[in-house]
Design a protein around this ligand. Structure first.
Ligand code: ZN
Length: 563
């Protein structure tokens, strides 16, 4: 079935012919894109778009389908810096929900700076609830606050070995007793999660099923997102669920997955797991990337920094790093040998440097050994990069991924606990990296339903283009207009569009089939009444898609209304 979209203004994303007026699709493929030409429309249903705009499908290059889909039972805390208010909320919630109905409570989002650098303590949570296990998660998503019952149920004691002392650990007091502060532990980390479930005879109320994943994928479809890259695959159940959705014709998103590993030691077994999961590959699903968390977050003080922490009088605390460049070099070499990409969470400037050093060394070694280099390094977050390292991604072929809705006040001034104000003001700067010629891609990195709306690309683009977060504005008395400094770090809309389309496709090695509107590519595109590049940047969030087309089918909106 052929359709010709005519009288349109088409942003093709093709450098050689950036704008076109007509698009002809046949089935799921683009047959023609170019000037109006009736000879190309033979046998096609004609849709007159009356001057409306067409853009390639949006690509979110780092998002968490599994985590979001499993988060709907988490309880949202009130957003406040007042510990008493947080405690009262938990106390009231506990009173309103019996232990039988809710044997375990998982609260989301206390401000990371609520407890300063000493971190949260179980005693404050025990005051709010001590009849069942309770866990609260910080806003930065990398720290947890447990009550005594929770530690008990997880089997965490003085004797418990930390998964990765220094970086991923249960913080201890002088006697070695866990204080109730967990750092960089996966939300429900094994074996602690199993211990908890066993201890209280409970299972998470949301099973990872295709049914449970539908709301997440529906959101993507309505937001015009037709392809995503995974942040962390949440096990086989997630792969199976997406596979089942796809077989049922309900997956309207191309998916590029990744499997997390922790050290050089466990990398081979995690690669083995990835190979097993490839049985779920389809036209829309692939799995080709390993994921590493190289450091923590700037707000928790466990990102790897080139400078000692501002609040550390000894001047010896530079944050944490999961491995140094020699080990990371070996990880890269192994991924390269296996033909896999590596997606790395890195936040601090030292993590960025270690990452670049490792890529440099690994490439040199591969060259010496006469091994072809095929592994694409993807550095996600890169929140603070030393200016001397900004040209390295372009030189080394590193893709830099930025969750651009963080560009304003989302994480507030919390990193200033550890950074000087001067350093804080250097965060989130991608223009020099873009100008140096590196591939920069954009994403939302959302992990729960509460923040899923921020994955709307128009919202993200607005924050990145203005450095103002409409939901979490910085104090306007201190930052005029709530603009996060420096102004020079604002991203231009054409840059954002490229990062959200063709660059994202390149990150996933899918640029031959998507990312731009060119003949032979898949018919993934969105129709909009407005020119995104000309729209006022502080109102981009108002924009909506009139229709979203995936594999040549309308999956959201209506193109007939365009006639
Ligand atoms: Zn992530």
């Amino acid at each position: 079935m052929k359709t010709a979209f005519i009288n349109a203004q088409i942003y093709t994303g093709d450098k050689n012919a950036p704008w076109a007026q007509a698009l002809v699709i046949d089935g799921d493929k683009i047959e023609y894109v170019g000037q109006e030409d009736e000879t190309k429309y033979a046998g096609a249903a004609i849709k007159d778009l009356k001057g409306k705009y067409i853009y390639p499908g949006i690509i979110d290059s780092h998002i968490h389908p599994g985590m979001v889909s499993q988060s709907s039972w988490h309880i949202k805390l009130p957003w406040t810096d007042d510990l008493g208010q947080v405690q009262s909320f938990i106390k009231e919630y506990t009173q309103a929900h019996s232990k039988e109905d809710a044997p375990f409570l998982y609260f989301e989002y206390y401000p990371t700076k609520l407890f300063g650098s000493t971190g949260p303590h179980k005693k404050y949570l025990d005051e709010a609830c001590d009849d069942r296990p309770v866990m609260c998660q910080d806003f930065g998503e990398h720290q947890h606050w447990y009550n005594s019952r929770m530690l008990e149920a997880m089997g965490v004691t003085k004797e418990t070995e930390d998964p990765m002392p220094g970086l991923r650990e249960f913080v201890r007091d002088e006697d070695g007793q866990p204080t109730g502060w967990g750092k960089e532990l996966v939300h429900m980390e094994e074996p602690f999660a199993s211990n908890l479930c066993k201890a209280i005879g409970w299972e998470p109320p949301i099973e990872m099923t295709s049914e449970a994943m539908i709301p997440f994928f529906e959101f993507l479809t309505n937001a015009g997102i037709t392809a995503i890259a995974e942040g962390i695959l949440e096990g086989e159940a997630q792969m199976k669920s997406m596979y089942e959705l796809d077989i049922a014709g309900k997956l309207h998103t191309y998916y590029d997955g990744c499997v997390r590993y922790y050290t050089l030691e466990d990398l081979p077994e995690k690669i083995q797991f990835l190979r097993e999961m490839q049985k779920y590959n389809t036209k829309h699903i692939k799995l080709n990337t390993m994921k590493l968390f190289l450091d923590g977050t700037n707000e928790s003080g466990n990102s790897a920094s080139l400078h000692p922490h501002e609040n550390d009088p000894t001047g010896t605390n530079y944050g944490e790093i999961a491995m140094e460049s020699d080990e990371l070099t070996e990880c890269f070499l192994l991924c390269n040998k296996e033909g896999l990409d590596m997606h790395i969470h890195m936040v601090g400037d030292r993590a960025f440097r270690v990452g670049c050093d490792a890529v440099e060394k690994a490439k040199a070694k591969a060259k010496k050994q006469g091994v072809e280099w095929v592994c694409q390094p993807i550095f996600a977050h890169c929140e603070i990069v030393d200016p001397s390292d900004m040209g390295r991604p372009a030189q080394l072929g590193i893709t830099v991924n930025w969750s651009c809705h963080w560009s304003g006040g989302y994480f507030g001034e919390e990193a200033m606990t550890f950074f000087t104000e001067e350093k804080w003001k250097k965060m989130y700067q991608f223009n020099p990296i873009i100008r140096s010629g590196a591939l920069v891609t954009f994403s939302s990195d959302v992990v729960t339903f509460y923040e899923l709306h921020r994955a709307n690309p128009f919202f993200s683009m607005q924050v990145a283009a203005t450095r103002v977060d409409p939901e979490f504005p910085l104090d306007p008395k201190k930052y005029p207009g709530s603009v996060r400094p420096p102004e020079s770090a604002k991203l231009e809309v054409p840059v954002l569009l490229r990062g959200y389309t063709i660059n994202g496709a390149k990150q996933m090695h899918w640029d031959k089939i998507m990312g731009s509107l060119e003949e032979g590519k898949i018919a993934n595109f969105n129709i909009c009444s407005s020119n995104i590049e000309k729209y006022p940047v502080d109102r981009l969030t108002e924009l909506k898609w009139d229709a979203v087309i995936f594999d040549g089918e309308v999956v959201y909106g209506d193109i007939d209304s365009c006639r």
